[in-house]
Write a protein that binds this ligand. Structure first.
Ligand code: NDP
Length: 287
C-alpha cells in the first residue's frame, strides 16, 4: 500500500492544532488567553517567513501573538532589556527569539535570558538539562514533532533501535534525548562517525537531521524501518528550485515501512508543537 507508507505531517499537525485550539477555548472560558511574543532581529528573508507563519498559526488556534521586530543593528543590551520586559509581562506566556541572530549578538546569552518557564523553543540550559534528566520541561519543537509522528506511526517505541544522524543542539541532541526517554536504544551519528551506512542499516527508526540533500540512500535502510526526514534543503531543478530532505525519498520508499516526505512531513509539525508548547507554558505559569 504505497499511500499508507507516507507519513502525513500536514494531517497530524492539523490534529495537534485542533487539540490546542480546543484547550485554548477552554482557558478562554476562564478568562485566560495564552500569549506568545515573537522577536525578530533584522531582515533575514527566511526568518521573516518563519515568523509570519508562526503568527498566523497562533491566530488560528486563538493564541494572542505579539510581534517585536527590531532593526539589524540592535545591540545586545536592548535585546536583553526587551526580553526582561517580556519575562515580567503576565500576558506573555511564551517567548520565541527567531534564530539566527545578527553576528554581533551573543545568541547563547540571549537564550539564557529567557525565563525557562516561557522558553517555548526549549533552548534554555535549564530546559536542556531537564530534558536530559527526563523531567517534564518545555522541549524543542522539531524533535517533539518527530516524536509525535513516530508515536502515531509505530505505537510503542520501547526497545527499538533509533539512529539519529546529526547532533545539533536544536534537533539531533534533543531528538536523541526524547528517544532515550521513550526507551529506545539510541545511536547518535555525526560527521566524524565511522561507517555511517552500517550504523544506519541497523536502525528500526532512522531520523535524519543533517542538512545534506538526499544523502541517505536505499542501501542505508533496514527493510521495514521507519524514516523521519528533518532536512530541508533547496536544490536546483529543471523548473527552478525545489525542496528536498536529507533522505533520497524515491530511492528509499520501497525499503521503508513508513517515511516522511519533504515538504509536508516534519516541517508542519514544528509550528504545531510551538503552539502546543505555548499552551503548556501558559498552564505551567497558572500552576
Ligand atoms: P546543523 O548544521 O546544525 O547540524 C548538522 C549535523 O549533521 C551536525 O551534527 C553534523 O555533524 C552532521 N553532519 C553533517 N554532515 C554530515 C555527514 N556527511 N555525515 C554525518 N553527519 C553529518 O543542522 P540542523 O540540525 O540545524 O538542521 C539539520 C537539517 O534540518 C537542515 O536541513 C535544516 O534545514 C533542517 N531543519 C528542519 C526543521 C524543520 O522544521 N523541519 C527545523 C530545524 C532544522 P558535526 O556535528 O560533526 O558537524
Amino acid at each position: 500500500d504505497r499511500l499508507a507508507k507516507r507519513i502525513d505531517g500536514k494531517q497530524v499537525s492539523s490534529q495537534v492544532l485542533a487539540e490546542v485550539s480546543e484547550a485554548v477555548q477552554q482557558l478562554q472560558q476562564q478568562g485566560i488567553q495564552p500569549g506568545l511574543a515573537v522577536v525578530l532581529v533584522g531582515e533575514d528573508p527566511a526568518s521573516q517567513v518563519y515568523v509570519r507563519n508562526k503568527v498566523l498559526r497562533a491566530a488560528e488556534v486563538g493564541i494572542r501573538s505579539i510581534e517585536h521586530r527590531l532593526p539589524a543593528d540592535t545591540d545586545e543590551s536592548s535585546l536583553l532589556a526587551l526580553i526582561e520586559t517580556l519575562n515580567q509581562d503576565p500576558q506573555v506566556n511564551g517567548i520565541l527569539v527567531q534564530l539566527p541572530l545578527p553576528a554581533a549578538i551573543d545568541e547563547n546569552r540571549v537564550l539564557e535570558a529567557i525565563d525557562p518557564l516561557k522558553d517555548v523553543d526549549g533552548f534554555h540550559s535549564q530546559n536542556v538539562g531537564g530534558l536530559s534528566q527526563g523531567r517534564e520541561v518545555l522541549t524543542p519543537c522539531t524533535p517533539a514533532g518527530c516524536m509525535r509522528l513516530l508515536r502515531q506511526t509505530c505505537g510503542e517505541l520501547s526497545g527499538l533501535h533509533a539512529v539519529v544522524v546529526g547532533r545539533s543542539n536544536i534537533v539531533g541532541k534533543p531528538m536523541a534525548a526524547l528517544l532515550l526517554q521513550a526507551d529506545c536504544s539510541v545511536t547518535l551519528v555525526h560527521s566524524r562517525s565511522r561507517d555511517i551506512e552500517r550504523l544506519c542499516r541497523d536502525a528500526d527508526i532512522l531520523v535524519a537531521a543533517v542538512g545534506r540533500p538526499q544523502m541517505i540512500k536505499r542501501d542505508w535502510i533496514k527493510p521495514g524501518a521507519v524514516v523521519i526526514d528533518v532536512g530541508i534543503n533547496r536544490i536546483q531543478a529543471d523548473t527552478g528550485t525545489r525542496l528536498v530532505g536529507d533522505v533520497d525519498y524515491d530511492d528509499v520508499y520501497d525499503q521503508a515501512a513508513a517515511i516522511t516526505p519533504v515538504p509536508g512531513g516534519v516541517g508542519p509539525m514544528t509550528i504545531a508543537m510551538l503552539m502546543q508548547n505555548t499552551l503548556t507554558a501558559a498552564r505551567m505559569q497558572l500552576g
